[in-house]
Design a protein around this ligand. Structure first.
Ligand code: ADP
Ligand code: MG
Ligand code: ZN
Length: 314
């Protein structure tokens, strides 16, 4: 008999990833695409259903697709399959993704916040293995977060716990995708790094670099000592350091994991971020701070989404 597989989907502000995952957390088939830009949530959902349907047809050769686990970059109520607000995905509100996709696909669909999925993935198979508690930061187009407490994801009353990206690290600070000012996301996301780099270039009277510049290119430039790039990465690191210190003071997790595309920057970002956090924390407590880079890379949310779905299969 064919093995059961879960179709895991990781929908971010920039990247859309698919993985057919077996019950041991192995990804037996994968696919990825760039996210389109959408003006209507019905278009987004229509395209998403089509893409999952296509992937499911391919995956059926390798196993029995039992359900979809969708990690979505937005504040999510997983009990209703509803995304309340997705500032980095069209700015859409109240996206009824779960019920819509179930109707279209004919399999159970479980919707969860993307960073919660990543936290569960890293806890199961990555940098958080064996930890009783952890907090995961995901640094991508936006900044997400997930809490694992006593080995289980902590969702909070309405399902939206862990939204660290919209905790404020500077009163009256830079504008965030959500409309507020001074959110962590306005410092430590790819979007913020690009914005700050461009601002610094303009301030120096130099034309902003032609064409698109990505956070990935900027951290590469920073490693080679480019001044504006070093400053833009330093700006992200200060914000992230404050976020790490706040989370440590609030939750005192055994380990704090930093993942998402921007975490690939590595030491150039995490070094100064951890120094900033240690400088904020009481010295008596700072020695307990453990910050690790995620080890699952782009697979974290896929593996975590599947981990959350398997026990719910009937
Ligand atoms: P999302 O989940 O929001 O779609 P990802 O977590 O996939 O985003 O991360 C994509 C972002 O990560 C891109 O903006 C890319 O420029 C950035 N990125 C990738 N590699 C690096 C790097 N080495 N340094 C900084 N940013 C990076
Ligand atoms: Mg993502
Ligand atoms: Zn915000």
């Amino acid at each position: 008999m064919k093995r059961d597989i879960v179709l895991a989907v990781d929908l971010g502000g920039t990247n859309l990833r698919f993985g057919a995952v077996d019950s041991r957390g192995r990804i037996v088939l994968r696919a990825s695409a760039k996210m389109g830009t959408y003006r209507r949530k019905s278009d987004l959902l229509g395209d998403l259903a089509g893409a999952i349907d296509g992937f499911m047809a391919e995956a059926a050769a390798l196993g029995r697709p039992r359900a979809v686990g969708l990690g979505f970059a937005g504040c999510t109520d997983s009990s209703r399959g509803l995304i309340y607000f997705a500032p980095n995905v069209g700015g859409f509100k109240n996206i009824g993704a779960g019920p819509y996709l179930e109707r279209r696909l004919g399999v159970p669909v479980f919707v969860e916040n993307d960073a919660n999925c990543a936290a569960v993935g890293e806890h199961w198979k990555g940098a958080g293995r064996g930890a009783r508690s952890l907090f995961m930061f995901t640094l991508g187009t936006g900044v997400g977060g997930g809490v694992v407490m006593d080995g289980r994801i902590w969702r909070g009353a309405a399902g939206t716990a862990g939204e660290v990206g919209h905790t404020i690290v500077m009163a009256g600070g830079p504008r965030c995708s959500c409309g507020n000012r001074g959110c962590l996301e306005a410092f430590a996301s790819a979007t913020a790094i690009v914005k700050e780099y461009r601002r610094l270039k303009r301030a120096k009277g130099r034309a902003a670099p032609a064409g698109r510049v990505t956070a990935r290119q900027i951290t590469g430039l920073a490693r080679r000592g480019d001044k504006a790039a070093v400053a833009a990465v330093g700006y992200a690191a200060r914000g992230l350091g404050m976020g790490i210190a706040n989370i440590f003071n609030l939750l005192n997790p055994e380990v704090i994991i930093v993942g998402g595309g921007v975490s690939r920057a590595g030491r150039v970002l995490l070094g100064p971020a951890v120094r900033e956090a240690r400088g904020i924390l009481f010295p008596q407590l700072a020695r307990f701070l453990r910050v690790k880079r995620a080890t699952l890379g782009d697979d974290a949310a896929l593996i975590g989404a599947a981990r959350l779905v398997f026990p719910r299969l009937k």
